[in-house]
Design a protein around this ligand. Structure first.
Ligand code: NAD
Length: 314
């Protein structure tokens, strides 16, 4: 039976360490890192996410600036807001909550953010830096996945076969580049891939980022693999109740994997923690301060959920 990777505990530890780094930046350099989040429109899921980013920012001792703009906002108005935030010295990180209303060009907006303040890591300059192995700001979700993988396998991932399912710009592609930079042999799979089950069967590491409930079957998983489930899917059970599930058939896969992330409580909590960590890193880069390596230690039992724990996913 697989170890269940406790993303919630790991993320809490990471936020704690970010808080310690923030305290040091305040006392040593008189810098309080600040994150600006821009939300256009009133999507309820985005509102919850944005509120929780603000709360966790403040808990880590950082400044949080929220900007709510109506869904009638024009692209020019949004670009003007980004220009103002780029110039604001109190703002070290800028995040524009996606998706944007259809009349706004997402790429134009993302690429208008100062790359040094691009804490989502989606700017083409940061994507290019990641692809060429240079230091930049890395997308939060795949970076969180990498930390969880290392929490199980340790720092050295050399020679591991990794299969990424999904090729989006926000998860699949940056995940592939992170694992390639960590010397894995990476296969990126997608909706047109043939023989996905066979490819997965060779993987020491599987990262599923598709958005299809329980698509990855247990029998596809190599014995002893590490399985990271990025998917978040809300399904309706036969009794009409709702449940969140990932892209991996959890119970089946857990019978073969060495370690697996649950949904919820796996990758999800890591995303905001990595956003906070990126904001501190951005503040350091903007002030020519070497960012500290403050990631929680690897291979620690405290980041797994024991079979008897009440937080075990249902
Ligand atoms: P996306 O829709 O942009 O990309 C999905 C990818 O899956 C595509 O590249 C597509 O080619 C691939 N795909 C579709 N069908 C496939 C199939 N049958 N076989 C193999 N590949 C297939 O999605 P995304 O933004 O990358 O998100 C993926 C999932 O991760 C979603 O459920 C999303 O909600 C979740 N997500 C979670 C977090 C988090 O913080 N936990 C963050 C981002 C995304």
């Amino acid at each position: 039976m697989a170890t269940i990777i406790d993303g919630k505990a790991y993320a809490a530890k990471l936020r704690e360490q970010v808080g310690a780094e923030v305290a040091e930046l305040k006392t040593k350099h008189k810098i309080t890192p600040g994150l600006a989040v821009v939300l256009v429109g009133a999507d309820p899921a985005s509102e919850i996410y944005v509120n929780s980013k603000g709360k966790m920012c403040r808990e880590a001792g950082m400044e949080s600036f929220d900007f709510r703009m109506p869904d009638t906002t024009t692209e020019a108005e949004l670009l003007a807001k980004i220009k103002a935030l780029n110039e604001d010295k109190k703002v070290n990180g800028i995040l524009v909550q996606l998706p944007l209303p259809k009349h706004i060009n997402e790429s134009a907006v993302i690429n208008a953010i100062d790359p040094l303040k691009d804490v989502d890591g989606f700017h083409v300059i940061n994507a290019g830096k990641l692809a060429t192995g240079q230091q930049g700001l890395v997308p939060c979700t795949p970076f969180g996945c990498l930390l969880l993988i290392k929490s199980v396998l340790g720092d050295d991932l050399s020679g591991k076969n990794a299969v990424i399912i999904g090729r989006s710009n926000i998860v699949g592609k940056p995940m592939a580049n992170l694992l390639l930079n960590a010397n894995c042999t990476v296969t990126i799979t997608h909706s047109r891939t043939k023989n996905l089950a066979e490819l997965c069967a060779r993987a020491h590491i599987v990262v599923a980022a598709v958005g299809k409930p329980e698509m990855v079957k247990g029998e596809w998983i190599k014995n002893g693999a590490v399985v990271i489930d990025v998917g978040i899917n809300r399904i309706t059970l036969s009794d009409g109740s709702k449940k969140l599930v990932g892209d991996v058939a959890f119970a089946e896969a857990a019978e073969r994997a060495k370690a697996i992330t649950p949904v919820p409580g796996g990758v999800g909590p890591m995303t905001i923690a990595c956003l906070l960590s990126n904001t501190v890193k951005a503040a350091c880069l903007q002030h020519n301060i070497q960012p500290q390596v403050f990631y929680p230690p690897y291979s620690s039992d405290c980041f797994t959920i024991s079979p008897n724990s009440s937080s075990k996913p249902k």
